[in-house]
Write a protein that binds this ligand. Structure first.
Ligand SMILES: Nc1ncnc2c1ncn2[C@@H]1O[C@H](COP(=O)(O)OP(=O)(O)OP(=O)(O)O)[C@@H](O)[C@H]1O
Ligand SMILES: [Mg+2]
Length: 113
């Protein structure tokens, strides 16, 4: 099992979600509005958030846990849908997931995703 964590431009969320909804078997997604900076330290941010005197760029974080076999498809879909070609397009991180527990049924592992 893999977790795909993508940090994308907030205005690309609709487009990225539209593509992800077309992937059969995609079990779920968690979306949060976050702030951060990359190499440019948010100097390129359109509408920066000031927190403790430091500028952060507004970003959207997507977290998706899938079977290892589905992960490359999800990564490719996000990569192509989220790209504008400009700085600040974001990044995709892929992690191994040790365990998943579905609270309602007590299922474990792939069954629970
Ligand atoms: N190494 C990292 N660790 C954690 N978060 C990161 C990392 N790199 C980028 N991010 C997050 O992704 C957001 C977008 O990063 P961004 O695309 O600007 O990266 P970059 O390396 O500066 O690339 P670019 O040159 O395209 O701007 C950042 O605001 C931050 O929230
Ligand atoms: Mg950057």
């Amino acid at each position: 099992m893999k977790e795909i964590k993508a940090i994308i431009q907030p205005f690309m969320l609709e487009r990225v979600c539209a593509v992800l909804r077309e992937i059969e078997g995609l079990p779920g997604i968690t979306v949060s509005q976050v702030m951060g900076w990359g190499k440019s330290r948010a100097a390129d941010a359109r509408d920066p958030v000031q927190e403790a005197g430091i500028a952060f760029a507004r970003k959207t974080k997507m977290e998706i846990v899938v079977s290892a076999s589905l992960a490359p498809r999800v990564v490719a879909a996000i990569e192509s849908a989220a790209r504008t070609g400009n700085v600040g397009d974001g990044k995709i991180f892929v992690y191994d997931v040790e365990e998943v527990v579905k609270i309602r049924t007590g299922e474990r592992g792939e069954e629970a995703i």
